[in-house]
Design a protein around this ligand. Structure first.
Ligand SMILES: C[S@@+](CC[C@H](N)C(=O)[O-])C[C@H]1O[C@@H](n2cnc3c(N)ncnc32)[C@H](O)[C@@H]1O
Length: 395
């Protein structure tokens, strides 16, 4: 038998091999192949990975692939037929990736490292609206934004080492936890994945939709789907109609009413997870935390979203020093001090307060914090450890 004629592999074979051999080796491979060819290989890989979307019309997404000072552009389009290269360059959203980081994510080993050096830019067409366009105009804009967010998320999911299904669920159900407003879902995924397959009780403050009874519930549906053995409670100050599913219960109440919260939690808690996505008024955030944190199970998490309002006077925040009033961020800074109460001379001989004894960790992200419940009983550094740094004068 004669030899089988095998067409040579394109640049992808070299990239595949190099991606498992360390960053320097991959950088070399990108240089040898040239960024144009690398960008083509990346688009080919996205074509393979990207799921078709049930969109009524295709959405274009710009791609910028960088390597050092070099930048190469491509535009892709997505619809029910999947992803393909587009003929027209203009797009309502542009994704920028570092080539080496993206290739390591696509083709490298799964080693726990996060490959997320990507940026998203939204064009003006995502925000342009004037009141004289009326309700129909607002609905058109919302539909367009949702379509573009869906497409951008699909490309990012295809570019991820593994698909982050929480981001996909956020887009599918219409929660703003992943969209052009917030990028929370990858952090949720990071902290919540250990709860995904265990029975959990989840409470979210803020169902969504504000006054409109028939609107909201997106994140409740998302949590129900994500926590496949979860019972999900949603709390809102407004009455909420609609059935979100057999594992969701909706409650009406005010998160600024500490007595109500404690009573409610006594009846339906304890919770594994509490998420505050309610009014975002600083005073409410602090009251809710102090009322509900005692009802979080050890090992559980208390999450506060939209911490930007700590800096917004309209929400009882401030952007100046010193503190005119305590903000949510001020409360969280105190929790950090509380985590280290054992190390403070000023606290010697005094009993820790509830949060000092029960906050085990704080994980901060942009506008988002995860407060982990657990016994904070690690003793202070022993007495023989000098409290005076060598060579540093006592001031
Ligand atoms: C940003 S939306 C929640 C979005 C929803 N969590 C999601 O991700 O789809 C905020 C909700 O908090 C509710 N809210 C505002 N003030 C509140 C309060 N004092 N107590 C409880 N809920 C409140 C609003 O009615 C609104 O529906």
């Amino acid at each position: 038998m004669g030899e089988i004629a095998v067409a040579p592999w394109s640049v992808v074979e070299h990239l595949l091999l190099a991606a498992g051999a360390g960053t320097e080796r991959l950088q070399e491979a990108v240089q040898v192949a040239g960024l144009e060819a690398v960008a083509d290989a990346i688009v080919d890989e996205l074509v393979v990975r990207c799921d078709p979307l049930s969109l009524d019309e295709s959405v274009r997404i710009g791609l910028e692939i960088t390597s050092g000072a070099q930048l190469v552009r491509r535009t892709v389009e997505l619809d029910h037929a999947g992803l393909r290269l587009a003929a027209v360059a203009e797009a309502p959203a542009v994704l920028r990736f570092d080539a080496v980081d993206l290739l390591e994510g696509l083709f490298g080993p799964v080693d726990g490292r996060r490959h997320n050096s990507r940026e998203v830019r939204w064009s003006d067409s995502m925000t342009q609206f004037s009141p004289d366009q009326g309700l129909a105009g607002a609905q058109r804009l919302l539909a367009f934004r949702n379509k573009v967010s869906t497409a951008v998320h699909a490309v990012l999911a295809a570019a991820a080492t593994r698909c982050s299904d929480l981001g996909e669920l956020a887009v599918r159900y219409g929660s703003d936890k992943w969209a052009d407003l917030h990028w929370y879902t990858e952090h949720y995924e990071h902290h919540f994945s250990r709860f995904q397959d265990v029975p959990v009780r989840v409470l979210e403050i803020g169902i969504g939709g504000y006054h409109a009874p028939e609107l909201g519930g997106a994140s409740l549906r998302m949590w129900q789907r994500y926590f496949r053995r979860g019972l999900v409670y949603g709390l809102d100050i407004f009455e909420k109609a609609g059935n979100e599913g057999h594992r969701v219960r909706k409650l009406r109440g005010d998160q600024s009413d500490a007595e109500f919260l404690a009573d409610m939690a006594g009846k339906i808690g304890p919770f594994d997870i509490v998420i505050d996505d309610g009014s975002h008024v600083n005073d409410h955030v602090k009251k809710s935390f102090h009322a509900l944190f005692p009802h979080v199970r050890p090992g559980g998490l208390y999450v506060i979203e939209d911490l930007q309002t700590s800096y917004w006077p309209g929400y009882g925040g401030r952007d100046t020093e010193p503190a005119a009033q305590r903000t949510s961020i001020d409360m969280l800074k105190e929790l950090i001090d509380g985590l280290h109460y054992q190390e403070r001379e000023s606290r010697r001989g005094t009993e820790p307060c509830y949060t000092e004894r029960n906050v085990a960790a704080l994980h901060f992200y942009h506008n988002l914090v995860f407060v982990e419940k657990g016994l904070n009983a690690e003793p202070a550094a022993p007495g023989f450890v000098p409290r005076q740094a060598l060579g540093v004068e006592d001031s």
